[in-house]
Design a protein around this ligand. Structure first.
Ligand code: CTP
Length: 483
């Protein structure tokens, strides 16, 4: 570590750290800054630390009161007396103060029994050595790094390792498996071998962790620069099978009559890495992760053409609801978005492989709507062939699809297309109740517009409606009125 003390100078000049220092001094209470903020400063990580974690050897409430009085007397202090913690939120910064403690855990819960302890006890009960480095906020050695567990060295060696026996640290709080994987993925670190073994051994204990916390960590992994690193580790530990079983089923290569298909698990991870280079949209990254999950259930072997996965996009899009529900993820517009992207995920490819008709392009724009650009990004990310010639060819095909889309869009304004004739209008013209006929007629008008048979405007649509309705044996009210 190049001059660790120097790196910490900026952190100890932080306004909040200064206030905590003053407050601790005024009540003569030994206090330290610990956790993620210290870790991130030591490795020059460029991100805003929203959490500042402090350990105090004395009453956490007394220190919290002192801090609050210095910042703003009206601020709320949240107390968790059983755990010896106090929490203040100020200007989007979470100030967390804990009484230095020892912890003992029960098998069924990650909520420990706590008793007061020394600074060393407190550092030892933490998850990883890289998170167990303290900075003194005490006058006699203000700003000094206290690193009894070798965290600095582990930061330098880019290794995740626990302060105690990894079996105990992980079994106490299995969320730490996901945190460890996430730190590896975020910081490009490796997990020490005995820790990895403890994670494997305890992976089933993830069941005592709330789904919200699990998803929070998965989301952080998915938002890293190269998510495959985290997902490969999750797989190694056995967590993909437990948390997202359909992804696990993508693993493996089958061979029949000398013909193989690609390993769709590793292909998927490559697609997620690819899309992560071009977007920070979390739900587009999720779409990439799930875009092939319908493949195992649609896999067939055809003697003439080899392996096929017909309809896997439809099957996959239908599986997403269960995945979201199992993980207690939001069942709202994000779910709908992922379902839609997965359902449409092969459409642009089909376009790129064939001679593109205006009608096919118009239909894609209509079906994808606002998501057309995201869909194309996924399709481009889906190209994982190592063969440069083939890759360039596919990319070029998508370039053509993009040009075609632009041309058709500029001309026909299809993206937010609303049919010029509504179902209500159809019902009133033919004196119909809501029924199958209304849907059929609406579909016919939409198809005629998308196929370019009639322009996207009222008069032509109305004319077609009368013609098609009459063919179906319906009597238009308007004709009777006219007669
Ligand atoms: N901690 C722990 N076990 C956990 C969660 C947290 O030992 N399951 C300890 C670690 O020392 C951690 C500190 O509490 O550094 C603060 O936790 P948190 O704010 O959740 O995470 P950070 O490490 O600060 O990192 P990040 O903000 O990236 O999550």
């Amino acid at each position: 570590m190049i001059n660790a003390n120097k790196k910490i100078q900026k952190l100890i000049k932080h306004k909040i750290v200064d206030i905590v220092h003053e407050s601790a001094t005024s009540i003569s209470q030994e206090t330290y800054l610990v956790g993620g903020a210290v870790r991130d400063h030591l490795i020059d990580r460029k991100r805003k630390n929203r959490d500042l974690d402090f350990v105090t050897l004395g009453c956490e409430i007394k220190l919290a009161n002192e801090i609050r009085n210095k910042i703003n007397k009206n601020l709320k202090i949240s107390r968790f007396k059983n755990f010896g913690t106090a929490h203040i939120n100020f200007n989007e910064i979470n100030i967390e103060i804990v009484k230095a403690r020892k912890e003992s855990y029960h098998l069924s819960s990650r909520n420990p029994d706590v008793e007061p302890g020394t600074l060393l006890d407190d550092l030892k009960r933490r998850d990883f050595t890289i998170n167990a480095i303290a900075v003194s906020l005490n006058n006699e050695n203000f700003g000094e790094l206290i690193d009894p567990l070798g965290g600095l060295n582990d930061l330098k060696n880019k290794i995740i390792i626990t302060p105690r026996d990894p079996e105990i640290t992980i079994s106490d709080d299995p969320l730490r498996i996901l945190r460890g994987v996430r730190f590896c993925a975020e910081l490009n670190f490796e997990i020490n071998n005995s820790l990895l073994n403890a994670m494997k051994k305890n992976c089933d204990r993830i069941k005592i962790i709330s789904k919200e916390r699990i998803v929070d960590e998965i989301n952080k992994i998915i938002m890293t620069d190269k998510p495959s690193k985290g997902f490969k580790l999750l797989d190694k530990i056995g967590l993909i099978q437990i948390l997202i079983p359909p992804l696990n089923k993508l693993k493996g290569i089958e061979e029949k009559e000398g013909i193989t298909h690609k390993d769709n698990f590793y292909h998927t991870l490559q697609v997620v890495d690819n899309i992560s280079q071009v977007t920070n949209k979390i739900w587009l990254r999720w779409s990439a992760l799930l875009h092939d999950i319908g493949k195992p259930n649609s896999k067939r072997f055809d003697k003439k053409i080899g392996w096929t996965f017909h309809g896997h996009e439809y099957i996959g899009s239908k599986m997403i609801f269960e995945i979201f529900k199992k993980l207690k993820m939001p069942l709202n517009s994000s779910l709908k978005y992922v379902q839609k992207i997965v359902l449409l995920s092969s459409r642009p490819i089909i376009l790129s492989n064939n001679i593109v008709t205006d009608s096919a392009v118009r239909r894609l724009i209509y079906d994808a709507g606002e998501e057309i650009e995201d869909l194309l990004m996924l399709c481009e990310a889906d190209i994982t062939t190592k063969n440069k010639k083939r890759r360039d060819k596919y990319l070029n095909n998508f370039k053509i699809v993009r040009q075609k889309i632009k041309m058709v869009e500029d001309r026909d304004e299809i993206r937010n297309f609303q049919p010029p004739i509504s179902g209500k209008f159809i019902m009133s013209i033919f004196n119909l109740q809501p029924s199958k006929e209304v849907g059929i007629l609406k579909e016919k008008i939409k198809d005629a517009i998308l196929d370019g048979k009639i322009p996207n405007e009222y008069n032509s649509a109305f004319e077609l409606l009368l013609k098609e309705g009459t063919k179906m044996g319906l009597k238009p009210k308007i004709n009777e009125e006219k007669v």
